[in-house]
Design a protein around this ligand. Structure first.
Ligand code: KG4
Ligand code: ZN
Length: 346
């Protein structure tokens, strides 16, 4: 049996987990930073990095105690090495390196996006490559054909904002607080999704990509108009995002039909949204494909997915040297063409 310790610190969650190669999560500890960032309405990188420094080592100790194992019994240390807020990434990666050096264990420098991309295989051991993955989080909105470990074809990305970013901005405009996704989902459940006419950017477009900036501006105008109830704006916004995700996913399924994906998979923080999951489940059913969505706690940032990516990489002998770099940007598919307008996101 192989046992991997995973560390996550790329955004505003600090986490440590122990996962076996059979996909058993022996321990998972997570410390959120919502209270520290809430006054600013978004994640402040410097505050995040300091909070990771304070939280990470105690979380590692607690995770080891929960699992009843010592560092000597761990087979490898997997740490997020990017992409993300560089200060936080460095905290986690340096901690991982120090533990690996002290315990004489291999280091695995994990791409956070690959952590999300492989997390469905931790949730569902029967899931086989290749699968079509919709990765929707606060920093990313991509469609990927996951062919194997380290082998991802990016079919689409956002040309401006990520879907989660749009949820967070909408929550802010509606005064629902931070983090915004769950708050918008709760408000949307009380509203009418047809009440407010909002755009569906790029829906029906021959271009494969996503765009949410125009939707965000339309929400701002709807809020300023002061006509609609916040719940109706939330519901209409969420419906618009769902229509975009569904349309772009359908398009991608058509273009990858030749490679016969085994399933439609959704991961990342926005995949925690029940309405989004239901909409995508229907797309999968219409294409006669199994639908896989990890449980919510595994969709939002966590260390179990990093440990699991470590398990998958360790099994292939893919370990990293102790001078592995921390990367603010780290595209999963470096060969993908730049999307129109997008220059900054992985
Ligand atoms: O994957 P994640 O935890 O962090 C990133 O790597 O970005 O995703 C966080 C994002 C945030 O934008 C958050 O608002 C969104 O996921 N999110 C949701 C829900 N839960 C989290 N969006 C919509 N509905 C939710 N229930
Ligand atoms: Zn993430």
């Amino acid at each position: 049996m192989a046992l991997v310790l995973g560390l996550e610190s790329s955004c505003d969650e600090t986490a440590a987990a122990l996962v076996t190669d059979e996909g058993r999560v022996l321990a998972h500890r997570l410390a959120g930073q919502e209270a520290a960032h809430a006054p600013f309405g978004g994640v402040v990188p410097e505050i995040a990095a300091r909070a990771h420094v304070e939280a990470l080592t105690p979380l590692v100790e607690a995770a080891l105690a929960d699992a009843g194992v010592s560092l000597a019994e761990v087979d490898a240390i997997a740490a997020t090495a990017g992409p993300g807020l560089i200060g936080g990434v460095m905290v986690g990666l340096v901690t991982g390196k120090a533990l690996a050096l002290a315990a004489g264990k291999p280091l695995i420098a994990v791409n956070h996006l690959e952590g999300h991309a492989l997390s469905p295989r931790l949730a569902d051991p029967s899931l086989r490559f290749p699968y079509l993955l919709l990765l929707v989080s606060g920093g990313h909105c991509q469609l990927l054909l996951v062919r194997g470990v380290g082998d991802h074809a990016r079919l689409a990305t956002t040309i401006d904002d990520a879907a989660g970013e749009a949820f967070d901005k909408t929550a802010k405009l509606l005064g629902l607080g931070f983090p915004g996704g769950p708050a918008v989902e709760r408000a949307a459940a009380q509203g009418d999704p047809r009440a407010v006419p909002l755009p569906r950017p790029l829906v029906g477009s021959a271009e494969p990509h996503f765009s949410f900036a125009g939707l965000k501006s339309a929400v701002l105008r709807a809020v300023d108009a002061g006509i609609h109830a916040p719940a109706d704006i939330a519901a209409s916004f969420q419906q618009s995002v769902m229509d975009c995700l569904v349309d772009r996913t359908r398009r991608a399924l058509r273009t990858v039909a030749g490679e016969a994906p085994t399933a439609l998979v959704v991961a990342g923080g926005v995949a925690a949204n029940a309405a989004v999951r239901d909409a995508l489940r229907a797309v999968a059913a219409a294409h006669d494909l199994p639908f896989v969505a990890p449980p919510s706690w595994l969709c939002t940032d966590n260390a179990a997915m990093i440990a699991w990516a470590g398990v998958e990489r360790l099994a292939l002998g893919l370990t990293d040297p102790l001078d592995a770099p921390a990367r603010a940007r780290w595209p999963l598919d470096p060969t993908a063409e730049r999307a129109r307008g997008a220059g900054v996101k992985a």
